[in-house]
Design a protein around this ligand. Structure first.
Ligand code: NDP
Length: 313
């Protein structure tokens, strides 16, 4: 069997096109009613972590492409919890800001939980606030975490049936595993959530029609974890940094070797791509699978926060 790839870029583009069309409709309504209605996203970044700056820049750029207002607030690495809480409070109070995103990780002197919990739940476009987590648990309307919500969009738009499927989620983090398990459950999958203490992980995983790997373990999920024909969603982002791993996971793939030689690493998920190709029915490549969906869903959440807070067209 050779698995069909589920590429995220096409799905992400479709979501972004829908958001851009809706943003244009809101602007048109604004013209008629003589009011400005542009969904606004504020991103707050503390310190100079290069990866975080790249993530924030691409969020800002995507806002610009889709017609959303964006504001980037950069704070020094020695910012205190109290100072960051003040910044969040000022964004909570501004009506034209619909979404507030505080880029993680924060420097160690900052109480991240306190900061995340201070964001107005109606502007919590990351979906991490306890109010939104509670709404998700209860299947009530609310803002959902972007990566898990993007995975559901990808399954839906790829024609993969969730209702009645046996889904196994590897990982129970607040960011991915836990919210995704709840989303799958509410879509009537029969869900098993696994973690570092799960016994006989491969056997449990191999019962899945939909297997999601979100554990951050380089290529750990091999063919023995995968039921023939299953849909495998690989959320993990890891770096292959040794020649022996490069050869183990990618064989003589010339593209991978070239990427490795250029940058000193190549990206891999939690799934061994060789195993997945042989056994799965569908699987998401890394990079290019789940990755592109996260920003698209952030845009969708910002639009949704705007229409819920300020009224739709
Ligand atoms: P966390 O480290 O927060 O959580 C990892 C989870 O995996 C935990 O629940 C942990 O169990 C479990 N786990 C770890 N090792 C094993 C193991 N050997 N067997 C079974 N379970 C295990 O990670 P995140 O959820 O934040 O991220 C997971 C991966 O997804 C990372 O590689 C991350 O980079 C990537 N990611 C990708 C995104 C994207 O856009 N594509 C977005 C977000 C994350 P326990 O709870 O018992 O400790």
């Amino acid at each position: 069997m050779s698995a069909e790839l589920l590429e995220g870029a096409g799905v992400a583009q479709a979501i972004k096109d829908e958001v851009a069309a809706e943003v244009a409709r809101l602007a048109e309504r604004g013209l008629h009613k003589k009011e400005i209605l542009v969904p606004g996203l504020a991103t707050v970044i503390v310190g100079d972590d290069p990866a975080s700056h790249i993530y924030v820049s691409s969020k800002v750029k995507t806002c610009q492409q889709l017609g959303l207002y964006s504001e980037k607030i950069e704070l020094p690495a020695n910012t205190t919890t109290a100072e960051l809480l003040e910044t969040v409070a000022s964004l909570n109070a501004r009506d034209e800001i619909d979404g507030i995103l505080v880029q993680m990780p924060l420097p160690s002197q900052i109480d991240s939980t306190k900061v995340l919990n201070s964001i107005d739940p109606s502007k919590d476009v990351d979906g991490f606030h306890p109010v939104n987590v509670g709404r998700l648990a209860l299947n009530e309307p609310g803002l959902r975490p972007c990566t898990p919500a993007g995975i559901i969009e990808m399954l839906d738009r790829s024609g993969i049936e969730i209702s009645g499927a046996r889904a196994v989620v590897l990982g129970r983090s607040r960011l991915v595993g836990l919210p995704l398990s709840l989303l799958l459950l509410h879509r009537n999958a029969t869900v098993t959530v696994c973690h570092s203490r799960t016994k006989d992980l491969a056997r449990v995983a191999s019962e899945a029609d939909i297997l999601v790997a979100a554990i951050g373990r380089i290529g750990m999920v091999d063919a023995g974890y995968i039921k023939p024909g299953a849909t495998v969603i690989d959320v993990g982002i890891n770096k292959v940094t040794t020649i022996s791993d490069l050869e183990r996971f990618f064989g003589d793939d010339a593209g991978r070797r070239a990427a490795f030689e250029k940058r000193g690493y190549t990206l891999i998920g939690d799934v061994n791509p060789r195993g997945a190709t042989e056994v799965a029915g569908h699987f998401t490549p890394v990079p290019g699978g789940v990755g592109p969906l996260t920003i698209a869903m952030l845009m969708k959440n910002t639009l949704s926060a705007c229409t819920v807070r300020r009224g739709g067209p």
